[in-house]
Design a binder for this molecule. Structure first.
Ligand SMILES: *Cc1c(COP(=O)(O)O)cnc(C)c1O
Length: 430
């Protein structure tokens, strides 16, 4: 596979952009590779600067669900930009998107738009703190909520539940207001709450998507909801990935849970930068200009992103079969790939839910951060490179989800299964 143009561009990028990239995972470092440069994208494919074509399972990290360069979205965007690209003033489409979000998520009475998921989670936490007049927060090991200071926190040593910064540049005092709990382990949350009466909120990805896909045990989220309610703690569901992906109303609809605040992003921008956070009106009305919790954004509610998002949501609503088609795709994929793994004697587990899945190189079930981190990273690195040669782009890190779109159909499935057969065989050989 010729990647000359990409290599040239990457070398040049490194002299101008730190690490050559505008978001670290794009550098392919965790798979010891160098990135390809995308020239264009169509349907379920990316085409790079050397003309290589990749079946895309990253789909802009889940932001794209109708496929790349979807004609309907493009036409809507064309119409939108002819009327101007940003106003810094009110327009009717922000109301229309809010209406659709509220209708899809019964827990959301009011919603505010931002320009990224990071802004949404950051603002949701500030709001929870403002509303409860409490200071500390709980997050779960392995959940990612954007690069917010208070959330880029990892577990400290020993029995301490307060976290330590997971990045330089975050002051330890800030991280020390964040407790770290274990996903699928309600006792770990209970213990923190018992010892700290200053908890404003718990933030969780109801289905983990940032340590690979990890599903919640059935009682876990229900117990979390009850625990928060009893202790006057705001429950924040980070559905930036799962909202409109696992079903139209997100993970909370699947599991029958009503979080106090929900964060959205990715899909709701139709491929443009966006985020949103919403919840009960009595909480949301604490935001400025009504309340005392300040939050703002020059491009918040950007008309192009909003109109692209409305188009995508309307399309999903009108075509609910997308969700069953993605389910069918993954049912076959799991069955066939696990069968191939047995044949080639590769330890491999698949976690999946509608529209997203992760294959882990391990023979153990993956239920939390520790399980996932024990899967074979070196095996994944070889898998990633072999798949790229097969013309398939999986996430350049073992701990990410793979995403489907409307355009992942039978041909793409067959291509994928044939490649799994060859790649598993090569993995066994090398
Ligand atoms: C992507 C993501 C975010 C951050 O969104 P950005 O738009 O990248 O800032 C937050 N939470 C989850 C669960 C995400 O997957």
């Amino acid at each position: 596979m010729n990647r000359k143009n990409s290599e040239y561009l990457y070398e040049k990028a490194k002299t101008l952009i730190p690490g050559g990239v505008n978001s670290p995972v794009r550098a392919f470092k965790s798979v010891n590779d160098t990135p390809f440069y995308v020239k264009r994208a169509e349907d379920a494919f990316l085409i790079d600067e050397d003309g290589n074509r990749y079946l895309d399972y990253v789909m802009s990290w889940g932001a794209i669900i109708l496929g790349h360069a979807h004609m309907g979205v493009l036409e809507e965007v064309r119409q939108a930009i002819l009327s101007g690209t940003t106003f810094g003033a009110c327009h009717r489409y922000e109301i229309e998107l809010a209406e659709r979000i509220r209708e899809a998520f019964p827990s959301i009475e009011m919603v505010r738009l931002t320009s990224s998921g990071t802004e949404a989670t950051m603002s949701a936490i500030r709001l929870a703190r403002g509303y409860t007049s409490k200071e500390n927060i709980i997050k779960f090991k392995g959940c990612y909520h954007g690069h917010v200071d208070a959330l880029l926190v990892k577990a400290g040593s020993g029995l301490a539940t307060f976290g330590i910064p997971d990045s330089k540049g975050i002051i330890s005092d800030y991280a020390s207001h964040t407790h770290i709990a274990d996903f699928n382990h309600i006792e770990s949350v209970y213990r923190i709450i018992e010892n700290d009466k200053n908890i404003a909120c718990v933030i969780v990805e109801p289905i983990m998507g940032n340590m690979g896909v990890i599903l919640p045990d059935m009682p876990f989220l229900k117990q979390l909801e009850a625990l928060c309610k009893e202790n006057n703690i705001i429950l924040i569901f980070d559905e930036v990935i799962t909202g409109f992906r696992v079903t139209y109303g997100g993970a909370q609809h699947l599991f029958g849970i009503k979080p106090d605040i929900t964060c959205l992003g990715k899909i709701i921008g139709g491929g443009f930068p966006i985020g949103a956070f919403g919840g009960r009106a009595d909480i949301m009305n604490n935001l400025a200009p009504i309340g005392d919790v300040y939050q703002a954004g020059t491009l918040s509610g950007n008309p192009v992103a909003v109109r692209a998002g409305i188009y995508v949501l309307d399309y999903l609503k009108a075509h609910p079969s997308i969700y069953t088609e993605m389910d069918d795709f993954l049912t076959i994929l799991e069955k066939e790939v696990i069968n191939l793994a047995h044949i080639h004697k590769i330890p491999y587990k698949i976690n999946k839910i509608t529209g997203m899945w992760t294959g882990f190189f391990t023979d153990k079930d993956i239920r939390n951060y520790e399980d996932a981190s024990k899967s074979d990273k070196f095996m994944y690195e070889r898998f990633f490179k072999l798949m790229l040669h097969e013309g398939i782009f999986f996430a350049p890190s073992p701990f990410e989800a793979s995403f489907l779109s409307l355009k992942h159909k039978g041909d793409e499935l067959n291509h994928t299964l044939k490649s799994f057969d060859r790649v598993f065989r090569d993995l066994k050989r090398s």
